[in-house]
Structure formats: C-alpha cells, structure tokens
Design a protein around this ligand. Structure first.
Ligand SMILES: [Ca+2]
Length: 408
C-alpha cells in the first residue's frame, strides 16, 4: 500500500522540469494541500506551460504566485478546465499551491517549467508532421518550421521573437501547422503523396488530383507505405500527365506495402476519389525517380490477360517468358529480353505477347481444353474453326463439356 500524504511540499530547482498533480494520471485524491517552490538560475525567469489542466470547477484550485511564497503577488487563480497556455514569472522563483476539497475529483494537471533568459520568448513547441529549426528564444531571434515530405505548411514558416504590446517578448505570429493537402504538384527525385488529412481519416466527397513529375531522364517508381480506403473509395494511378494516360494501378481496400508497376514516363497522375459515407486513413505513397538510361531498367511488364508472366526482373539482360492459361495460345514472342540501346533507354527486344483463343489447330496433348474464339467474350459471326485432335493410336477420345453454372 502506498501512503498518501495530505500535505506535500516540493522544492524544484534546476533549469526545467514537470509538475504533476498528485497521483497523475489517476484522479487526484480529496483533501490535498500541495505546495511547490520553483527556483531557477539568478537572472533568469520561469516560463510555465500548461500541457494538461482539469480540476473540479469552483472547489479545487491551483494558485500561482510570482515569488517565493504565498505572500507574493498572485499571477493566476485556476479552477475547472480554464488555464492559460503559459504563465511567466518576473523573477527566478514561483510558488504554486494546489488544494482539493472533500468531494469530486478530476484528472489534474501537467505543467512544464523552463528557465528562460530575461527578454526572451516562450518555448514555441513542435509542430506535428514537421520540424523546428533554431532553439534561440531571445528577443530578436527567429525560429523556422518545415513540414515532413507530403505535408504543406499553413501559416508563416518563420516566427520572430518581438517585444509585445504588453511589454513582454512574444512571437510575432502563431505557430504554423503541417497538413496533408487534397492534391497538388510534386517534384524532385523523391517525395511523398498523402491522402487529405493523413494520418487522420480523409473526409467523404473528396476528389483529389496529385501530379508527380520527376526529372526528364527518369521514370517514376511508387510504393504505398500505407494504404487503407473504405469500400467505395479508390486511388487510380495513371502512367502520364492526364487521366487519359494508361492506368498503372487502381486500388481500393487494404494494400499497404504494395508497389506500383514502374511508369514508362517521368510523370504520373494520382487520382483519389472518396464517395462513400465511411472513411479511412487513406494512403501514403512514396515516389522515387528511377534512372531510365542504359544499365538500368526496362519498363515494367504486366501479366498478360488469360496468362501469366514468368520472371520479375526488368533490368538489362533479364528475360521474361510468358505462359497462357489452358485453351489459350500465345500470340507474339514466347520470351522478351531487356536490352541496352546506345544513347537511349533500355528497351525490350520485342513487344509483350497476348494470350488468345486460337481458331482451330492441332491438339496433341493427352488432355486439353478447347475454347470458342474470343472466350470468355462472345465469339464473332461467320467463323469456321477446325480442331484436329490427335492422340496415340489405341487411345480413345473423350469430349467433356465443362459448363459454367451461375447462381442468382
Ligand atoms: Ca474536489
């Protein structure tokens, strides 16, 4: 069992620290009388920041005095949930007195104190999804904020510590924020594209276009570091500048970690549509410029329809083979190879073949499938196809139609 003293006294010295209500983050006990004296280096003042503050309204309180004891001038008398962002002392000591009565409690408080040179601004804090550059707080100094890749800064990036109208130094502007926008232009050798409001949930009814342009000698490679959309919401990626370009990928649902096929050009267009009522976190696409000159890569090769691709290396020298599903035949090259082209891009030595249903042919395997031309699409009129089935002598031939049943 832990003993709870009804009267706590704390002497805090040193350049900074935290002051917590008793038993924080639990509810503070009833009947508390806690006093703190904060003392920092001579010639400095104390900046007190309120990180969390919640007391019972009207009955429990925190009094803050501008000096070593409760006879010093009262700087703040705080009840309920009302607390300023900061309080600043005029000397190097502060006295804090917390009292709770016999009933009703709350979560209490977390206060941070720092020693500041006289004539300096408050610690401006950090921004979410961004970085602060510069730690100087003195009058006349500047501090600058920048956002992580994919985020846009809202507000002014640079704050200056100036003398306020109240005779105290203060930052001349509010701290900026970093937010993920709905669409925009993205350039450079690498970067990030984020769904609006990321990492928070996007809102429904959004239509966002993101244009990614890397230097001309490169192509765009992209991968979703995170991907989660609601059922009716879709992310489409186009291999070019417009929605009329070839589609690289169309995704909905959960696809974290999925890579996009390599683009053939130096720009891609990402379109995000949120249509349903449900929302999700959205996506975090990382893009990278991949050199497309010799010694590197050919364009990515998709799986053929009604068949599959064997081999997934698209670099110079790599050979990719193709195989069709039963009943289909390859039309075009069986295999293609990525080759260097002097002073140009690496290229495949042939075009990607297709898998088609042949009209007729000689079948010599022991078992096989015969599909009508164009299957599963309707066949064309006026076709006359002949299949010759040859099996070893002495064997019979059995034809078994495979019927696709539908249930409604
Ligand atoms: Ca109370």
């Amino acid at each position: 069992m832990r003993e709870v003293s009804d009267s706590l006294r704390g002497n805090l010295t040193g350049p900074g620290g935290l002051i917590l209500s008793p038993e924080y983050p639990e509810l503070y006990p009833h009947g508390q009388e806690c006093d703190w004296t904060v003392t920092v280096s001579p010639d400095h003042i104390i900046a007190l920041t309120f990180i969390q503050f919640s007391l019972e309204t009207s009955y429990d309180f925190l009094h803050i005095y501008d000096g070593p004891d409760s006879l010093s001038p009262l700087l703040g008398s705080l009840y309920g949930n009302e607390a300023p962002e900061h309080i600043e002392s005029s000397s190097n000591t502060l006295f804090l007195a917390f009292r709770s009565d016999a009933s009703l409690s709350s979560n209490g408080f977390v206060l941070q104190y720092t020693e500041n040179p006289r004539e300096s601004c408050f610690e401006p804090g950090q921004v979410r999804n961004g970085t602060r550059h510069g730690n100087e707080l003195k009058l006349g100094t500047m501090t600058t904020f920048s956002c992580d890749s994919g985020y846009m800064i809202e507000g002014d990036a640079t704050l200056t510590c100036i003398m306020g109208t109240d005779g105290k130094p203060n930052w001349n502007k509010p701290r900026p924020t970093c937010t993920a926008p709905c669409g925009g232009q993205y350039a450079g050798l690498e970067g990030a594209v984020l769904s609006p409001g990321y990492p928070g949930n996007y809102t429904s009814g959004k239509s966002c276009l993101y244009a990614v342009i890397v230097p001309k000698d490169y192509v765009v490679f992209g991968q979703f570091a995170f991907f989660q959309t609601a059922l009716n919401d879709v992310v489409e990626v186009y291999d070019g500048a417009t929605e009329h370009s070839r589609i690289l990928s169309s995704l909905s649902g959960a696809h974290t970690g999925e890579a996009l096929p390599l683009a053939t050009s130096h720009q891609i267009l990402v379109r995000f549509l949120s249509r349903g009522k449900a929302t999700a976190r959205g996506f975090h696409l990382i893009y990278q410029a991949v050199p497309r000159t010799s010694g590197t890569q050919c364009s990515s090769v998709p799986e053929p329809r009604n068949g599959r691709r064997l081999g997934s290396s698209f670099s110079v020298g790599a050979v990719v083979r193709f195989e069709c599903s039963p009943g289909y035949a390859l039309q075009g090259a069986l295999a293609i190879q990525c080759e260097t082209v002097p002073n140009a891009l690496a290229q495949w030595n042939s075009t990607v073949p297709g898998c088609i249903v042949p009209c007729g042919g000689n079948l010599t395997q022991r078992t096989g499938t015969i599909l009508s031309p164009g299957y599963p699409e309707p066949y064309l009129n006026s076709l006359n196809c002949v299949w010759k089935i040859i099996v070893p002598e002495g064997s019979g031939i059995q034809v078994r139609p495979r019927i696709h049943l539908c249930s409604f």
